[in-house]
Design a protein around this ligand. Structure first.
Ligand SMILES: Cc1cc2nc3c(=O)[nH]c(=O)nc-3n(C[C@H](O)[C@H](O)[C@H](O)COP(=O)(O)O)c2cc1C
Length: 751
């Protein structure tokens, strides 16, 4: 995995922030909301009478919620496992449409916000799951805990017999473990006795998601209504129990009618789930501001994870031990090598694992956004669910109500917007919590359109969000990649409510980088190599958020102004297992590694590991050297030229020299008139390469670009088996599929 690859962690959820003192005194657990919305002045002055009133309000609210629940059918939970936000977006759109279809009680949560315990306890009768996979069939970060518990063999048979479910799986068939996570959900729910109320779908990105997902969602409503409102007469008829409480409110949320202007397929306006409570207590505000200024605090730095893995919520703060460019100053590309000092962290990583880094947005972008929104970045806020008892007392509320908030509160609402780590300053939330630069999703365009004062600007934004505006969306949004600030500047009449905006913006995701070292060769360090991302769009030059942030931070070292030891920089990171993508334990096992560009980074770690293991191994009888006694290890690397971007160039030769690598090929694509890539060099190795990959136990590892390179390499492997193994194309494909299943053909690719 490389930095540009969307991250395995989209949620960035935070450990509970310290609660206001008054809240602690009143006996609120961390994460619970003050009934008055958490506004400190009221809580601070609260005597017995106020607390009694608050308690009475909560009880009344709970009783009302229970009454509404009984009258309005069973609750539908739309849960997502999402790394880069697509499943989350689909889930939110489905939930936003629920009330329009007469389903009054619904909520949308990540699996880990939902919690396995509630599902196992029968509190979630209807579950629509939207799930993707990340890494090599890995679980998105916001579902790791849930799926871990779901998969436990000790879960009793029939545990989920009262649950009705369906799964929409998103995946990409270029990946070795296609649909691994959605299939795990489906299989385990079925095994534990749950009933599928609507056919599951596996939507493959290779075929384009939109059309298939739209069709699946269109078909979902009938069965979902049957499940939620058992006497419902079908999707086109009226809800069986009369006009549901949500139905009236739904009119202006509906996709077609709500957007108006004859636009079709505009996502429903998702209800804003949160209200913001501004901190009025000076002492409390000063405490929050001081904690942010001191970030990372001594407690952050002292954080130690017993398993040595860490997480986006509790990262390890690693010192930068070294940084240098692997590309020449003349090169168009800039690839940076950074070594992190992880000594004392207990991080026992393995080659093939990745580091997740928690980046920050560009401060200039954040300041520009604050100015455009007319907001004070120093203002401190907390978050409370819309529909909670003190809603009316909220100093700042959003415009829409939430169909789901009452029920989510009744069932113990999760902490909302955990990635903002509130209470915090608004500037902090935008800098660390929100994704401000990814191509805006349609639900965000809908929200922005809804808050334009100018009718033409509103229509333009809604058009981009509509089905009919597909081409404009592809060109202006997907290709143009406008940041949120670009859009707000282009549509000056747009003034979205802050709570709705913070609720709609995706979390700023951690970025994953393949580890490029072995702990055996660099004890206490973990190295990464990544391209500093720059790309041209219709809106001009763009910069990758994380790689630009990292490159700036280490500039004093790369420019030679400071030695690494003089830079007191610490960065938050965590470890993610590479799963099957790791060198075979047995040194006799033949391995083929293919990694052009920064895809070669993990193989530097593989080979360092191999070199050290070979050195440690007792002498092998009859062999000239340790390396000769080991199985063959081949590497195919590709870059543009030897002068510009020959990443770790001298190190490959050293691996050949000391016998760690038994065969090395490099394709300099621009060194001659016609382009030469790794797959061309593989073809030239014909018979010898065929012998390698068909040897007993042989492993093939591919790392890098999934859109082109991985496909070309796969096709080359197929033709190699055809030509040299007398197989038909189908047999060759089946042989590779079998190797995939046995975890001997493993790809770590990104597109
Ligand atoms: C780094 C990365 C790894 C992925 N790994 C897999 C995988 O192992 N299996 C699969 O079926 N899809 C894989 N995908 C495809 C995603 O499941 C797909 O892009 C999905 O739409 C992402 O949804 P999300 O944004 O909700 O995470 C991967 C995508 C990325 C970017």
């Amino acid at each position: 995995m490389q930095g540009q690859a969307p991250s395995p962690s989209a949620n960035g959820s935070a450990k509970p922030a310290p609660q206001p003192e008054a809240a602690q005194k009143a006996g609120f657990k961390p994460g619970q909301q003050l009934a008055n919305g958490g506004s400190a002045p009221v809580a601070a002055s609260g005597g017995g009478a106020i607390l009694a009133r608050l308690r009475a309000a909560r009880e009344k609210h709970a009783a009302e919620a229970a009454g509404r629940a009984a009258a309005s059918g069973r609750e539908v939970v739309v849960a997502y496992a999402s790394q880069t936000g697509t499943s989350q977006e689909i889930a939110r759109n489905i939930q936003a449409e629920c009330s329009k279809h007469g389903i009054a009680r619904s909520r949308v949560v990540s699996f880990d916000e939902l919690g396995f315990e509630d599902v196992a306890a029968g509190k979630v009768p209807i579950l629509a799951m939207i799930a993707s996979s990340t890494g090599d069939g890995d679980v998105p970060d916001n579902a790791v805990k849930f799926l871990g518990k779901l998969k436990r063999k000790s879960q009793p048979e029939g545990l989920l017999k009262d649950v009705q479910f369906t799964v929409l799986g998103l995946g990409d068939s270029n990946y070795t473990r296609y649909m691994a996570v959605p299939r795990a959900f489906r299989t385990r729910f079925t095994d534990l006795g749950a009933a599928c109320f609507y056919d599951c779908l596996e939507a493959d990105e290779v075929d384009g998601l939109e059309e298939f997902v739209d069709r699946w969602v269109a078909g979902l409503w009938g069965p979902l209504k049957q499940a939620a409102l058992p006497t419902a007469v079908g999707d086109n008829g009226p809800p069986a129990n009369g006009k549901s409480p949500g139905a009236a409110a739904a009119a202006d949320n509906s996709s077609e009618s709500g957007a108006g202007d004859g636009l079709v397929g505009v996502p429903a306006l998702a209800p804003t789930r949160v209200a913001l409570v501004w901190e009025a207590d000076r002492a409390q505000a000063e405490r929050v501001a001081a904690a942010e200024a001191a970030h990372p605090t001594a407690a952050d730095l002292a954080e130690r994870d017993v398993k040595g893995m860490y997480s986006p919520e509790t990262p390890f703060w690693a010192r930068v031990a070294d940084a240098r460019y692997l590309t020449a100053p003349t090169s168009e590309r800039k690839v940076l090598h950074v070594a992190f000092d992880v000594s004392g962290s207990g991080m026992a990583y393995h080659p093939g694992d990745s580091l997740g880094l928690l980046p920050e947005n560009d401060p200039a972008l954040v300041d520009g956004l604050l100015a455009r929104l007319g907001q004070d970045g120093a203002a401190i806020f907390s978050v409370r669910p819309v529909g909670s008892p003190a809603d009316s007392a909220a100093p700042a509320t959003s415009s829409a109500g939430s169909a789901g908030s009452a029920s989510s509160e009744a069932s113990g609402a999760p902490r909302l917007l955990p990635h903002l780590r509130w209470p915090c300053t608004l500037r902090w939330a935008l800098l660390h919590g929100c994704d401000l630069t990814s191509a805006p999703r349609k639900s965000l365009l809908r929200l922005l359109g809804e808050h334009c004062g100018d009718a033409a600007q509103r229509r333009q934004l809604l058009l981009l969000a509509s089905r009919g505006g597909k081409d404009a969306y592809a060109k202006e949004i997907r290709e143009g990649q406008p940041s949120l600030l670009d859009l707000l500047q282009r549509f000056p009449s747009c003034q979205p409510p802050l709570a709705a905006l913070l609720d709609a913006l995706p979390p700023l995701a951690p970025r994953m980088y393949s580890i490029a070292s072995s702990p055996l060769e660099h004890p206490g360090q973990a190295h990464v190599a990544f391209s500093v991302v720059r790309f041209l769009t219709a809106n001009g030059q763009r910069q990758g958020v994380a790689t630009t942030w990292l490159a700036k931070l280490v500039e004093p070292i790369t420019s030679g102004r400071l030695k690494a030891s003089e830079l007191t920089l610490r960065l938050p990171l965590y470890l993610r297992s590479g799963g099957a993508f790791r060198p075979p334990e047995d040194l006799q096992v033949p391995s083929l590694m293919i990694g052009p560009g920064t895809g070669v980074a993990p193989f530097r770690g593989f080979l360092q590991h191999r070199r050290q293991l070979l050195r440690q191994r007792p002498p092998q009888a009859g062999a000239g050297s340790q390396a000769e006694a080991a199985g063959p290890a081949w590497l195919f690397f590709g870059c543009r030229t030897k002068q510009d971007d020959y990443l770790y160039g001298d190190e490959w030769d050293a691996f050949v020299k000391d016998g760690t690598l038994s065969h090395y090929e490099v394709a300099f694509s621009r060194a001659q008139a016609s382009k030469v890539y790794v797959q061309h060099l593989m073809q030239q190795q014909g018979e010898a390469l065929h012998r390698l990959v068909t040897a007993p136990g042989a492993h093939i590892f591919v790392c890098g670009d999934g859109a082109l390179m991985a496909k070309d390499v796969h096709a080359t492997l197929v033709s190699l088996l055809e030509k040299n193994g007398s197989m038909t194309s189908a047999e060759a494909s089946a042989a590779l599929a079998a190797m995939t299943k046995e975890k001997r053909y493993i790809r770590d690719i990104w597109s």
